[in-house]
Design a protein around this ligand. Sequence first.
Ligand SMILES: Nc1ncnc2c1ncn2[C@@H]1O[C@H](COP(=O)(O)OP(=O)(O)OP(=O)(O)O)[C@@H](O)[C@H]1O
Ligand SMILES: C[C@@](O)(CCO)CC(=O)[O-]
Length: 393
Amino acid sequence: MFNFQVRAPGKIILHGEHAVVYHKPALAAVVGLATTLQFSMDENKALISVHLEALNNNFSVEVKTFNEFLSKFRAKYPTERFNNTVQLLEEVRVELAKQQEEQLENNNTPKKQQIQKSFISIYYLLAGAVLSSPVERFKITNGFTLRIDTELNIGSGLGSSASYGVALAAAFLLYAQHFDLSNYRDPQNLAMISNWAFESERIIHGSPSGVDNTICSYGGMLRFVKGQGFQTLNIVRPLNILLVDSKVKRSTADIVAKVRHLSESFPELINAIWDAIEALVTEAIPLYEIFGNSKDDGEKFEKLERLFQINNDLLKAIGVSHPKLEQIFSIAYKRGFFSKITGAGAGGYVIVLLPDNYAKNEVFWKLKEELEAAGFGVHSTTAGGDGLFIEKL
Ligand SMILES: Nc1ncnc2c1ncn2[C@@H]1O[C@H](COP(=O)(O)OP(=O)(O)OP(=O)(O)O)[C@@H](O)[C@H]1O
Ligand SMILES: C[C@@](O)(CCO)CC(=O)[O-]
């Protein structure tokens, strides 16, 4: 096997967050920040070593131990085609509980649970890729090192967990010869990557809608409906946006649970909000598809700004704003920019819509300065660019 690097982008939800959990459509796009994974073969070491730079933690397992785990699993579930994901995850949890008690660095930090989930994903996705390999009885023969780092802030709504899952799935499926560098972007291979990344999302999130792993695998901009799949939007070019980090951490799973409680308390009322968001997504799609074709772009941009505002007000209505987010909205509005929550809300990121040639506009630099002076993180990027990328090192 050769050494390679995977780059899996993070994402934003343009419209339809939360509503998507209730089977309404969402519009999602990739951003220009990513998780990177470097895979290097260690011909002389019989060890699989993992370095999680963002979590400042390492984990290793001997190739022999990992292969023994796989042999035991094959003996216990002797199927011709691997389809035992549920059983595999259970066995991985038991196996890792044994190993991690001895291994986990910083064992008593509050990060322990986070780190455990990240390692379960690695073990499970590697085992799944090997067990389902098209090469009969595929075996790991040499050690290798994974170095995983990210440009995404973790736990902030930019899909760091999905992009982590996509990077792992792409690396392990390539390693286990499900595809090669020439065809990893074929639709059936991206679907396989996205499905395994969804497995990782289930470990980290509980019950994700699937929108994050889908967009982080396929890239671009897409319309997604839970349980029904997605359609890619044919955009003219990526959209300029400003990502503003409120620096308020929150857990997506917790916010989704709070919104569920609200929707159970006031089903008719909250359903009306989901219906409004669905109508908004339907209005937005043709605008995103033709924006940038130079015909009345100013007018289209103003309509998109309005939709940003309406969507944000609907999200406020379900209680996923936060005083720090409100501060960002008002700084942006004062300078003439429209912004909205993206993802779960209650903290995390706000996205601000940026016009063409924004960098030549003095007001943009004033906005950036004011947001930074107020203590927020600011990063200008695009929405709807390239997706997953793998290259030989
Ligand atoms: N680079 C990484 N290395 C290891 N684990 C990671 C990495 N990025 C994300 N994770 C895992 O994902 C978890 C964060 O997932 P969470 O869903 O809370 O945030 P998010 O994906 O950034 O936000 P959202 O799902 O709202 O877009 C971390 O606790 C960790 O387990
Ligand atoms: C809040 C939510 O709709 C978006 C998370 O990026 C949750 C989900 O879709 O799983």
